[in-house]
Design a protein around this ligand. Structure first.
Ligand code: RIB
Length: 282
């Protein structure tokens, strides 16, 4: 029997990523020389939408881009990954831009100019069509809260970390954060929270109590930008299909690790078959 589709709505940011690789990230006040400049589609929301589609989800992106070349870069990526854009708003502001430096170890630094991401609108959305809605914190918090209140099931990726209100936490079915972000959020308030530890895998908590931990497969990472977004997308797709948090977690750590094997946040997210092969016992 063919696997049923997970219908996912992603409410979030779409950025043009301006990336330069360097040996070591600069310290405050330092100027350094880096390598070649890359301009690629990114943004936590757009990355998660493309990754969820690559993993077999039926995905709509709810966001905004400007009427400019970078907006077209994002539209081309959505088309390539077969992400629906019926709710993609055209803003009078420039497309969001992320300035990214990546050092040889894979560690990165990101500063985002939100631009059009401040214009995301939820007008006219048919929330019933989504099994799960995902959002992150690169758009206005009031828009994230309204999406959370409208969704049947809501997953919040609280990145970048900012004040996550009690009202918003109350709406979360799943909260996904990295270990730094986890320090400033009370995980006890959410049914399921997931904390990611980079190459050391991830753990899932039920109302603050750890219920399962998953190790990440060892891979030769070449670019970690967007790996966390693939993790979120993978967890969401399996959660939308009704899998247990433990199964979602094991699937997501593999997908996140495989995402580091290709350059660019939306370059070549892993597909379901690739993740499944890694999950098979040897
Ligand atoms: O998570 C990686 C993303 O963060 C980048 O694509 C960048 O645009 C920022 O949103």
């Amino acid at each position: 029997m063919p696997e049923r589709f997970a219908s996912i709505g992603v409410v979030g940011s779409a950025n043009a990523d301006v990336i330069v690789h360097c040996h070591t990230l600069p310290r405050p006040g330092e100027t350094i020389l880096g390598g070649e400049l890359l301009l690629v589609p990114g943004g936590k929301g757009a990355n998660q939408a493309c990754a969820a589609a690559a993993l077999g989800g039926s995905v709509e992106f709810i966001g905004a881009v400007g009427n400019d070349g970078n907006g077209q870069l994002l539209r081309d990526s959505f088309a390539k990954h077969e992400v629906g854009t019926s709710y993609l708003h055209l803003s009078s502001q420039p497309t969001g831009t992320a300035l990214i430096a990546v050092e040889d170890s894979g560690e990165n630094l990101i500063v985002v100019a939100p631009g059009a991401n401040n214009d995301v609108s939820l007008d006219g959305i048919n929330w019933n069509k989504f099994d799960v809605v995902i959002a992150q914190m690169e758009i206005k918090p009031e828009v994230v809260l309204a999406a959370a209140q409208s969704a049947k099931k809501f997953i919040l990726n609280a990145a970048p970390i900012s004040d996550v209100s009690d009202d918003l936490l109350r709406e979360c079915d799943v909260l996904i954060v990295n270990e730094t972000e986890a320090q400033s959020i009370n995980l006890n308030r959410v049914p399921y929270s997931v904390v990611t530890y980079g190459k050391n895998g991830a753990a899932c908590f039920e109302y603050g109590t750890e219920i399962v931990r998953a190790a990440a497969p060892r891979v030769e990472a070449i670019d970690t930008v967007g790996a966390g977004d693939t993790f979120v997308a993978a967890f969401a797709v399996r959660f939308a299909l009704g899998e247990s948090p433990a199964d979602c977690l094991h699937y997501a750590v593999v997908a996140g690790a495989l995402a580091t094997l290709n350059p660019g946040a939306q370059g070549a997210p892993p597909n379901h078959e690739e993740v499944r092969q890694w999950l098979q016992p040897a």
